[in-house]
Design a protein around this ligand. Structure first.
Ligand SMILES: Nc1ncnc2c1ncn2[C@@H]1O[C@H](COP(=O)(O)OP(=O)(O)O)[C@@H](O)[C@H]1O
Ligand SMILES: [Mg+2]
Length: 225
């Protein structure tokens, strides 16, 4: 479903050139749950944001089926992102003036009417992440972990083909983290949603079917034994 070939991304900082992503290639099959490990600064976030159509690579190809992501016009690119991809960022960004329920429903308003009811109901999603009592609360009234859980619920609302998750459980306590991982597993196994998860949490490894490690921009397969 997704073909990534020869990606490069350099950043210029003063006189230095940082090879954030250095000749990265791999394929993603539908239903894969892929984990990318790596120290901080190894290029994981940059790679994910290129794959998600947020950061333009210097060179390389990203093909979702027959669609070459970085050949799309800006307009088509944002439409494609909204319909096909979803993100769970390192730092969740709920809209402060909307309630939790409104935040979760929001992405459906950018979609065609016909697509609206494909996904799981927003209230069901909030129940699944344990926020059924917080539907009409505002983000500022939630703890950091609760905000993160709301952002996780929102990522599933449009029934995306693929979820790109950047250290998705980073600021959660252990128990909540285990619950969120169980939710990812359920979405992967029962709903066929493909996952690309960046993390340094090895607990996630057992529920992923492919593992990579990133080091100074270079991605290599990792044998989990
Ligand atoms: N916008 C940017 N401008 C300059 N350097 C950047 C930028 N974004 C990331 N970098 C650098 O690229 C490298 C990879 O960063 P990043 O992708 O955030 O790694 P990770 O997510 O693995 O911590 C780091 O050295 C970082 O400092
Ligand atoms: Mg990062």
């Amino acid at each position: 479903m997704l073909e990534i070939k020869g990606l490069h991304k350099n950043y210029k900082v003063g006189r230095d050139i940082i090879k954030a992503v250095d000749n990265v290639s791999f394929n993603v099959e539908k239903g894969d749950s892929i984990m990318i490990f790596g120290h901080s600064g190894s290029g994981k976030t940059t790679l994910l944001s290129i794959i998600g159509g947020l950061t333009k690579p210097d060179s390389g190809i990203i093909k979702y089926g027959d669609t070459e992501l970085w050949s799309l016009t800006d307009n088509d690119l944002s439409g494609f992102r909204n319909r096909r991809i979803n993100f769970i960022f390192q730092f969740s960004s709920l809209i402060p003036t909307l309630t939790v329920l409104e935040n979760v429903i929001l992405p459906t308003s950018f979609n065609k009417a016909a697509d609206k009811h494909r996904g799981i109901d927003a209230k069901d999603l909030l129940f699944m992440v344990g926020l059924q009592d917080k539907l009409s609360a505002y983000p500022s009234q939630l703890s950091g972990g609760q905000q993160r859980r709301a952002a996780i619920a929102r990522a599933f609302i449009n029934n995306p083909e693929i979820i790109l998750a950047d250290e998705p459980t980073g600021d959660l306590d252990e128990e909540t983290e285990a619950e969120m991982l169980a939710l990812f597993r359920k979405m992967n196994v029962e709903n066929g949603i493909t996952f690309l998860i960046v993390t340094h949490n090895t607990d996630i490894a057992s529920q992923c079917n492919k593992h990579f490690v990133m080091n100074r921009g270079i991605l290599t397969p990792k044998d989990m034994g």
